[in-house]
Design a protein around this ligand. Structure first.
Ligand SMILES: [Zn+2]
Length: 486
């Protein structure tokens, strides 16, 4: 008999330390599809849903598609917005019964007003509707709070392994294969997670942590191990499950899953100093930039990464560049719709004094006042992010004595050197290029950068996790304490 599979997607990444709630508009900007996401071009977030439809149809099974929606990372989602989305998915599941499987693409770090663990809440409600026999699978972003409720509610959870997230479709296909085997009675997945007692950031595209990705993959598909994930964690939320966890899905043997999750967690712990990303202070970064003469030094303004929910208009690094007179420097892409409006009004070639950035609150620092020339205005700009194009709205390039500043009207992180080229700035021509991104910029800049370094500022995604006021986490963590196992 043909099997019946329900597919849907709901997610965002919630930074609870920014002063912006995420309402309906945040989701509308990225797209809300009521059951027809796969009739449109895939986005980063709907790509897994496309994979699942294709895989289901390939087997001659029946696919029922529910809601797909995603909002750009920002503050806490408005309660009614989350509840309405959740209830639409639940109504879709109910209407689609009888089902053999449910596949949901979630983020894993979505927080709504009243819900610290939206994914656990959603999956547990689905479980109540479908009962214990239907296979539930979810794919998650490695920047995730991997909660006990998620594990209790789903049969299989599979996380991205790569950061930048270049493997969402591969992981979707793997998840589908395990769920399909579950439906056909070939495997009985059981899951275990392990709290590594760490909160840190890891960049899997470069050694040495790339070796851990290889290690995880080498364990899968043999000796009863179905899948291995590392949830890096998302540091900018005050929820119980904030932090790094390993996850193992085994075939029928919970003890084996637990043992391997613990073993991998301990390997990660032993390598924490090697694996965790190192960050320079602003002063250290400026020293490096001042003495850099061999082609562009790319500095990642990690703490103001809009992809981590930060505003994208912080001025800590800009102020330092101006004060230290380090140039030629290229800075951006900074979210400043008000400055854009003024620049557009003045027109290309105009020389004006402008107040730049620092408009979103203390996490963005103070505005910087500069005499600038409006070098270029560009409208409706898109930049490549892997295979998709990602919008920046309208952009302007403002040129000051030492620093050229690229601004945009749509809050988004800087994924690619083409974002700057859209306003006529060639990153290769600068001594230093500052990008508002944590790591997703990497593939788009590695070709022009002579060197890439990471900077920490007091922004909304400050990687110095020892300063964030976590009140709900129950176990101690490194680096807040040197040995959280004592
Ligand atoms: Zn992520």
């Amino acid at each position: 008999m043909t099997k019946r599979v329900f597919i849907a997607a709901l997610g965002t990444e919630t930074n609870q330390f920014v002063p912006f709630p995420t309402g309906l508009r945040g989701y509308q900007e990225h797209g809300i599809w009521h059951g027809d996401a796969t009739k449109h071009e895939p986005t980063n977030f709907t790509a897994p849903v496309h994979v699942w439809r294709k895989e289901t149809e390939k087997r001659g099974w029946t696919v029922i598609e529910g809601l797909s929606t995603f909002a750009a990372p920002s503050g806490t989602t408005v309660r009614k917005v989350y509840e309405d989305f959740r209830d639409e998915i639940l109504a879709g599941v109910k209407a689609a019964l009888p089902l053999d499987a449910v596949l949901i693409n979630v983020h894993g770090a979505m927080v709504a007003d009243g819900y610290d663990d939206c994914e656990g809440d959603l999956l547990s409600h689905i479980r109540v509707i479908v009962g214990p026999k239907v296979a539930i699978g979810a794919e998650f972003d490695l920047h995730c709070h991997l909660s006990a409720l998620m594990l209790d509610s789903a049969d299989v959870l599979v996380g991205y392994k790569e950061y930048p997230h270049t493997d969402t479709m591969e992981r979707a296909a793997e998840l589908f294969a395990i769920i399909a085997d579950t439906v056909e009675g070939k495997v009985k997945p059981v899951m275990a997670r392990y709290d590594c007692r760490m909160i840190a950031q890891y960049r899997t595209s470069v050694p040495p942590i790339s070796e851990f990705v290889v290690r995880m993959k080498s364990l899968e598909g043999k000796d009863g191990i179905l899948s291995v994930s590392l949830s890096h964690g998302f540091s900018f939320a005050d929820v119980e499950d904030v932090g790094t966890r390993t996850l193992v899905v085994a075939d029928g043997d919970l003890k084996k899953a637990e043992a391997l999750a613990e073993q991998l967690g301990k390997e990660l712990w032993d390598n924490r100093e090697r694996y965790a990303t190192k960050y320079l202070t602003v002063a250290e970064a400026m020293d490096r930039a001042a003495s850099h003469n061999q082609g562009p030094l790319v500095l990642a303004d990690r703490a103001d990464n809009p992809g981590s929910g930060a505003p994208g208009d912080s001025t800590f690094v800009l102020k330092a560049l101006v004060e230290r007179e380090i140039g030629p420097a290229l800075f951006g892409v900074m979210w400043d719709p008000m400055a854009f409006q003024i620049a557009e009004e003045a027109g290309e070639g105009a020389r004006i004094r402008m107040r730049l950035g620092g408009k979103s609150g203390t996490v963005s620092g103070d505005p910087v006042d500069l005499d600038v020339t409006v070098k270029k205005i560009a409208r409706n700009v898109f930049q490549p992010y892997g295979p998709v194009m990602s919008p920046l709205g309208d952009m302007a390039l403002l040129s000051s004595e030492h620093v050229d500043i690229a601004i945009c009207t749509r809050r988004n992180q800087t994924f690619h050197a083409d974002a700057f080229r859209a306003v006529g700035a060639e990153p290769a021509d600068y001594r230093v290029v500052v990008v508002k991104s944590a790591q997703h910029f990497y593939n788009g800049f590695v070709g022009v950068a002579k060197e890439i370094l990471y900077v920490a500022t007091p922004g909304a995604a400050d990687p110095d996790v020892t300063r964030w006021p976590y009140t709900k986490r129950k176990t101690p963590f490194w680096p807040k304490v040197a040995d959280p196992w004592k």
